[in-house]
Design a protein around this ligand. Structure first.
Ligand SMILES: [Zn+2]
Length: 198
């Protein structure tokens, strides 16, 4: 059954468009993204579309290069609930609740501390999950979509997610954070599966 792209909770992203997510090894995923210089309506729309696409996937983070836009932007919501429900017309829709959308523009990670081993996955590398070692505590400086300068201190899941998404802006997918042996093994597995699924 085809799902309608509806987000029930009135969250930024509700009225966004569903974008196609590029999968590894698409060359755009390997490019270093460029900084955002213009804070205009187009940027706001892109952020809204990114959040919408992330909620529908579903995923907890999505970076602009993953939808083919090589700009230093990612969005995130590490703890929302998504439920598939049947609406009054008998159609299937998604009800998203407990949202806390975050938007990071031109992020810079500072003050990395500690270590955490966390199982990561990626919407651009579907079906592959592996433990990655990251800093447990970070400070990230970034801008919101109006260009205001912000600072956020994050740890654990949020810190891991920010580091994962920030890597996308530098053309790095999480497979490249693994040992060479694991990277080769999982890349082979992934590409074989991808070929099989078309
Ligand atoms: Zn990813």
């Amino acid at each position: 059954m085809e799902n309608q792209t509806i987000i029930a909770e009135d969250v930024f992203g509700k009225n966004g468009q569903l974008l196609d997510i590029l999968t590894y090894p698409n060359p755009i995923l390997k490019k270093v993204a460029t900084p955002v210089e213009e804070f205009n309506e187009d940027l706001k729309t892109l952020c809204e579309n990114l959040l919408h696409t992330m909620y529908m996937a579903p995923g907890i983070g999505l970076a602009a290069p993953q939808v083919g836009v090589s700009k230093r932007i990612f969005v995130m919501d590490i703890d929302f609930d998504r439920e598939e429900v049947t609406n009054s017309e008998g159609k299937s829709e998604y009800r998203i609740t407990n949202t806390n959308p975050l938007i990071f523009i031109n992020p810079v990670i500072k003050n990395k501390n500690g270590e955490i081993l966390f199982e990561e996955g990626c919407l651009s590398v579907p079906g592959i999950y592996e433990q990655v070692k990251r800093a447990n505590e970070i400070t990230v400086e970034y801008q919101d979509f109006e260009g205001n300068q912000k600072v956020l201190e994050a740890n654990e899941t949020l810190a891991v997610c920010i580091q994962h998404e920030n890597d996308h802006l530098d053309g790095i997918v999480f497979l490249e954070r693994l040992s060479l042996l694991k990277k080769n093994l999982l890349t082979k597995k992934y590409l074989k599966k991808k070929k099989k699924n078309g």
